[in-house]
Design a protein around this ligand. Structure first.
Ligand code: GDP
Length: 528
């Protein structure tokens, strides 16, 4: 009998967050290398390119040099199973990133030593804070000249509002980089070039008092280091597991991803202290990870991995119990049993058919549009995981066809694209317009490109008089009816058939809210 609790305990599911170019991809490669998942660093990018070639629309990603999709990588490390969920890097895809972060138990923040805290890091941090996600920090590119480490910690504390507990401390930087000291174990990891393809990342001395250390780094540097460590230990916080788990303190590591330096201490500390799958809230009750029965929620949909087959893969995070190949599960939103056939797991080597999966794992379920973001699967129980919202988009365009006979295909295409979550599709009650909303302008290009490639529809997106939308809720049927009648001009339905207020301006929205105090105008819709 498989032990769900033990399997859950050894899992670590996390995402890396960073400003573009800080080194997320490089660090991912190195982590996979330690996991033994790939033989040579560099193959993450190679694999990405190969996957891109299978889907036509992804050419757009290649042309623009951005990553629209996020993927899942699983690798073993020691006794642990690590699930790394990739977050899309481009600023336009914040919503997708948000949902990936709902599916993890912790995060790893990468900061460029020369640039410090950057704008996108701040935004991602805000998202993590909404759920008190525990965060570890890796300060990268230590082989280059950067900011003073003490100032950097200060910057993280003041700008991001989280306490720092340095776990490793750099010995020099840039050309003078000699290594890092592990403040918890006392070990010294020396920096040696040419180690970046091996698993053992450095020569390790047991402490700074090792007599050989002076020979390696020089008497002056050693004495500077002693002074600095005294200062750091006096002025900074030491690691506190509870504070970290509560999202109030971040352990900090220094290193150089591209040189594979400082990564192993990070990974070792991570598997030891990062949380295993946690209990999760639902509309019914709190679900504990070690419960024997399967439950999970869909946080991402990726369509047309195979363009010939309108095929879509729903990414489900397992929250409790055990998944077994071919099992049936209860799709709570439709109330139907569904066979989870050919579910995929995401071992870093490749996509594979899943034999089994446990809490913290992600499986990919093939379907033809029946599964939506936010959907919950159980073994029969009626509850829905909460906290996986849709955001009101901020940019709107009307879809116009060059060939009016393709209206049906256009509508279908827009509906399916919006199921993936990056764009949202609205139909006003009083006109035949098809309106697409997005959080970033690039998404309209992606939509036009995909409509053509996958649905054979030549559409353009033109400006439309909508400035923001709100989902409408009202406890009183009567009031809602009255509201609908009086505001029909500004109302529409989203792809799921939910009532939405399409505000021509912010002022108009504000007036409507004042005029209808009993009606709720929600900026997010929790997928029900
Ligand atoms: P991402 O956009 O966050 O995924 O960043 P990448 O991993 O693609 O890295 C951005 C650039 O920084 C690439 O040119 C990397 O080779 C480089 N880079 C990554 N880590 C290091 C490092 O430790 N030192 C130096 N000097 N460059 C690095």
């Amino acid at each position: 009998m498989p032990d769900v609790a033990a399997e859950a305990r050894r899992r670590r599911t996390f995402a890396i967050i960073s400003h573009p170019d800080a080194g997320k991809t490089t660090l991912t490669e190195k982590l996979l290398l330690f996991g033994g998942a790939i033989q040579m660093a560099g193959s993450v990018k190679g694999r990405k390119a190969a996957r891109h070639a299978t889907s036509d629309w992804m050419k757009l990603e290649q042309e623009r040099g951005i990553s629209v999709t996020s993927s899942v990588m699983q690798f073993p490390y020691g006794d642990h199973i690590v699930n790394l969920l990739d977050t899309p890097g481009h600023a336009d895809f914040g919503e997708d990133t948000y949902r990936v972060l709902t599916a993890v138990d912790s995060a790893l923040m990468v900061i460029d030593v020369a640039k410090g805290v950057e704008e996108r890091t701040i935004k991602l941090m805000e998202v993590c804070r909404m759920r008190d996600t525990p965060i570890m920090t890796f300060i990268n590119k230590l082989d280059r000249e950067g900011k003073d480490p003490i100032e950097l910690l200060d910057e993280v504390e003041t700008v991001l509002g989280i306490q720092c507990a340095p776990v490793t401390w750099p010995i020099g930087m840039g050309k003078r980089l000699k290594g890092v000291v592990h403040l918890v174990s006392g070990e010294v990891h020396l920096y040696e070039q040419g180690r970046n393809f091996t698993r053992q990342d450095s020569t390790i001395f047991a402490s700074i008092d090792d007599p050989q250390l002076e020979a390696r780094i020089g008497a002056q540097m050693l004495s500077e280091l002693r002074d600095e460590l005294e200062l750091v230990q006096g002025a900074s916080h030491s690691f506190d597991l509870d504070e970290y788990r509560a999202g109030r303190q971040t352990p900090v590591f220094f290193g150089s991803a591209v040189n594979n330096f400082g990564v192993q201490p990070l990974l070792d500390f991570f598997v030891r202290h990062a949380p295993s799958p946690q209990s999760r809230e639902t509309t019914g009750r709190v679900v504990a990870a070690d419960e024997p029965r399967l439950s999970g929620f869909v946080f991402k949909i990726q369509a047309n991995m195979d363009p010939q087959h309108r095929d879509r893969v729903a990414f489900m995070r397992v929250c409790s119990g055990r998944f077994e190949a071919g099992m049936k599960a209860f799709h709570v939103r439709t109330g139907k049993e569904m066979k989870l056939a050919n579910a995929l797991t995401f071992m870093a080597s490749d996509r594979e058919i899943a034999a089994e999966a446990y809490p913290g794992d992600v499986i990919g379920i093939h379907n033809h549009g029946t599964i939506s973001i936010g959907d919950t699967f159980t073994e029969g129980e009626q509850f829905t995981f909460t906290g996986i919202p849709n955001f009101a988009p901020e940019l709107f365009r009307r879809a116009r066809l060059r060939d009016p006979l393709k209206l049906k295909q256009l509508q279908k295409g827009l509906e399916q694209l919006s199921e993936e979550g990056a764009t949202q599709f609205f139909r006003p009650l009083m006109s035949n317009d098809l309106i697409l909303g997005a959080v970033g302008v690039l998404q309209f290009d992606v939509a036009a490109y995909r409509l053509k490639a996958e649905y054979g529809v030549d559409a353009i997106f033109e400006p439309v008089g909508v400035s923001t939308t709100r989902w409408i809720r009202c406890d009183s049927e009567k009031k809602l009816e009255e509201f609908r009648e009086k505001n029909a001009m500004n109302l529409g339905l989203d792809a799921a058939g939910e009532l939405v207020y399409l505000a021509p301006s912010r002022v108009n929205l504000q007036l409507a809210q004042e005029r209808w105090p009993d009606v709720r105008f929600d900026a997010t819709r929790e997928a029900a």
